[in-house]
Design a protein around this ligand. Structure first.
Ligand code: GLA
Length: 729
């Protein structure tokens, strides 16, 4: 084989290198991971030379390459970048590079599949955070070969990972237990997650991570993938015995298409979801830091202080007596709430969850004067007014379903089973789209709505709609794009409107929906034991200011567990904080505690919503140490929590992650949210001193030696504040 001297593209950002040799017919990936520095031409040539692996027995007669578009044309036997056919032909994609453009932050490669008659554009965008975003556009030019359209079965963005990435972590879950980690050895063959729920789901993979064995929050080399899409999707980590060219395996992601869903006729195109790939040598915190940095740099990232929120769901459920809600609004304002969100129950015929979805008009029986009295009271208190909606859904017991049964997604053979008594509207239907847009826009205008809690409470099953010839056509892709267009149009009309993504709790937490929303509702579970874990792992992708975290009542409505005030308050502090409780039923002492906590939240939210999230690697799953450290390491707030008992009687010295060893600090225990009960007679001396006053501590003691932590009783937490006493160098 002769080696051509070809151009090599090298993108670099924040300690990450991505190197592609732009050779023909198909460019190959030379490297993705650690920054290789400013490589000279000789250095790049050496990298290219070292990208040829050995030739193997009973295998291709030349070394396998890992190209930017891996298919069987390269001898790649893993998941291919492209699958499809044209009436049963053109099943072996063979692409050729037709052009490439490189800028410091992006590489765009044009490919052509002559047999299938497709033009492809592969875009790699290396964000300043070091996250590499990959997107593919496929188009079928006029005059493409027949017969018939190209039926796209799948397209997968694939990047290589080395052999040392042998351990895998991703997530699963259920209602009230979202983002439950599952971890193990990455075996040969594939670890494939196919999401057919029409939303990422309560069991979403969230962030598929592979790494060196034993990687932790603070250490270990890790590679991760997030599919930024709110519809059906496919995620994979794959290792073949022969490797992936010179690499060990791959991470891959894309949309999961239903057969026949994307049929590209001349003039048509398909754009894949953006897949986000991140690498770090500093464990899971390093990955989280990259995603948080990327999200925070978006022009639309919420920049105002995140308003303390009261959501009415667990306070009143469907009991929407206006006087009850007016009293709740008064009490909310008194404790310091800045945004009140009226949850489900306000619209036509909505007395329970069996009726009303789709009829987005205020129920005159429940609200004889409309929502104006409540909206005005909320605004008069200086609070923002938010409203719950579930635009994509419909109950059959609704005016909408009676008048427009053809707007409901479902096969012509008849609707399948309902879920939470509801079905899904075809948002891609132009009239349904217009109805939803005008209804939502009208509500926002009429009541001066500042915020929509946008819910989505069922999965999409048999999500098909009739085409022009009466045939059932798959609809999840179109539905997802239509949802994005609906949100985008509404927001362009109402630029100040904020939207929360809720889906039975945290069933739609993805970077696709987050491009047009300002917060996610992480879970319907407000039990702090569960919440410690749910928030920890939601925060693996999202910074705290995007994660709704509410204090519920003492007894959790979803688990029945009773938790102390301080544990509930401290847990809800580490997100976009709120309250989900009937304040009118609380004692004056309880309201005072909430008022103190509300003031604390307002004091520390600048730090919590702008700093680096850090998590300690602890010997014990029952304890949590997490915190947020200011970008200059001059201040930090940590939560030390225990969810259950464990065997060790002493917690031992525990380093506080993220502080600068060379700086001088002082630490204190913040008491506004209350103090924990202990599983020991007398707490460690430093703790007793720090409850009373600031205690000076060198950075090395805090980060290197660590502090002996008190052993808390189960269901307890405390807040440690650190502040530098010197100035940053
Ligand atoms: C879903 C949401 C809840 C609440 C209810 C209202 O379950 O996750 O927070 O809004 O719907 O019906």
């Amino acid at each position: 084989m002769t080696r051509s001297t070809t151009r090599i593209a090298h993108l670099r950002a924040a300690g990450v290198s991505f190197v592609v040799e732009l050779r023909t017919p198909v460019p190959r990936v030379l490297h993705w991971g650690e920054d290789l520095g400013e490589l000279t031409d000789d250095g790049l040539a050496a990298l290219a030379l070292s990208a040829d692996a050995a030739s193997l027995h009973c295998a291709l007669d030349e070394p396998r390459q890992f190209t930017v578009w891996p298919t069987q044309a390269d001898g790649w036997s893993g998941t291919p970048a492209q699958e499809g056919h044209r009436a049963g032909t053109a099943t072996a994609p063979r692409v050729t590079m037709t052009g490439a453009e490189e800028s410091p932050a992006a590489l765009v490669i044009a490919l052509r599949d002559t047999d299938a008659g497709l033009d492809l554009t592969l875009t790699y965008r290396l964000d300043p955070s070091g996250v590499l975003a990959v997107r593919t556009r496929m188009s079928c030019p006029a005059g493409a070969p027949g017969p018939g359209p190209y039926d796209l079965a799948s397209t997968t963005a694939l990047l290589p990972v080395p052999n040392r990435a042998q351990e895998i972590l991703d997530f699963t879950g259920k209602w009230c237990r979202e983002r439950s980690p599952q971890r193990g050895r990455l075996a040969f063959a594939g670890h494939v997650r196919e999401v057919r729920r029409g939303r990422p789901g309560l069991d979403a993979p969230h962030l598929l991570t592979v790494g060196v064995p034993g990687f932790g929050f603070r250490t270990g080399e890790v590679w991760a993938l997030h599919v930024g899409w709110s519809g059906n999707q496919r995620w994979l980590a794959e290792r073949l015995p022969e490797g992936a060219g010179v690499h060990g395996g791959v991470l891959g992601g894309g949309e999961l298409l239903t057969p026949g869903e994307i049929r590209l006729a001349p003039g048509d195109s398909y754009t894949s979801p953006e897949c986000y790939f991140a690498w770090s040598a500093e464990g899971l915190d390093g990955l989280a830091g990259r995603f948080h940095t990327m999200l925070r740099s978006r022009p639309g990232h919420p920049s105002s202080p995140r308003p303390l929120t009261l959501n009415t769901w667990e306070a009143v459920y469907f009991d929407h007596r206006p006087e009850r809600l007016l009293a709740l609004a008064d009490d909310a304002a008194a404790v310091g709430v800045e945004r009140l969100v009226l949850d489900d129950g306000w619209f036509l015929g909505r007395r329970d969850d069996t009726a009303g979805l789709g009829d987005w008009a205020v129920d005159p029986q429940m609200w004889p004067d409309g929502l104006t009295p409540l909206a005005e009271r909320v605004h008069a208190h200086g609070m923002q007014f938010g409203l719950w909606v579930e635009p994509e859904m419909v109950n059959l017991r609704s005016r909408l379903a009676r008048e427009h049964p053809d707007w409901i997604l479902g096969p012509s053979a008849g609707l399948g089973p309902s879920s939470r008594h509801q079905y899904v509207l075809n948002v891609a239907h132009e009239e349904a789209f217009a109805y939803l847009l005008e209804s939502l826009d009208g509500l926002v205008a009429e009541y001066g709505i500042d915020y929509l809690k946008w819910d989505h409470n069922r999965e999409l099953h048999e999500a098909v709609h009739r085409d022009a010839h009466g045939g059932d056509r798959p609809g999840v892709h179109a539905q997802t794009r239509a949802l994005y267009r609906l949100m985008d149009t509404l927001r362009s009309r109402r630029p100040d409107l904020e939207i929360e993504s809720c889906s039975s709790g945290g069933g739609r937490v993805d970077l696709g929906v987050l491009a047009r929303t300002d917060r996610v509702w992480a879970s319907d579970c407000n039990d702090p034991v569960e919440r410690q874990a749910i928030q920890r792992w939601t925060g693996q992708l999202l910074p705290p200011e995007l994660i709704g975290a509410h204090v519920g009542g003492p007894r959790s409505h979803t688990t029945g567990r009773v938790a102390d005030d301080s544990f509930r308050l401290i847990t809800a502090l580490f997100g976009h904080a709120g309250i989900e409780d009937d304040l009118t039923a609380r004692t004056p002492a309880e309201r005072e505690a909430l008022t103190r906590w509300a003031a604390l939240y307002k004091e520390v939210r600048g730090l919590l919503h702008g700093g680096r999230v850090v998590r300690g690697d602890l010997a014990d799953d029952a304890t949590y140490l997490h915190g947020v450290v200011a970008p200059d390491a001059g201040a930090a707030l940590y939560c030390w929590a225990r969810t259950e008992t464990s065997v060790p009687a002493q917690s031992g010295r525990v380093p506080l992650p993220g502080l600068a060893p060379g700086r001088s600090y002082r630490v204190r225990i913040r008491t506004e949210a209350g103090l924990p009960s202990m599983h020991q007679v007398v707490a460690p001396a430093w703790y007793r001193a720090a409850v009373e006053d600031w205690v000076p501590m060198p950075g090395t003691v805090l980060t290197g030696a660590g502090l002996p932590m008190p052993t808390l009783n189960p269901g307890q937490a405390l807040l440690i504040e650190a502040a530098a006493t010197d100035t940053a160098h």
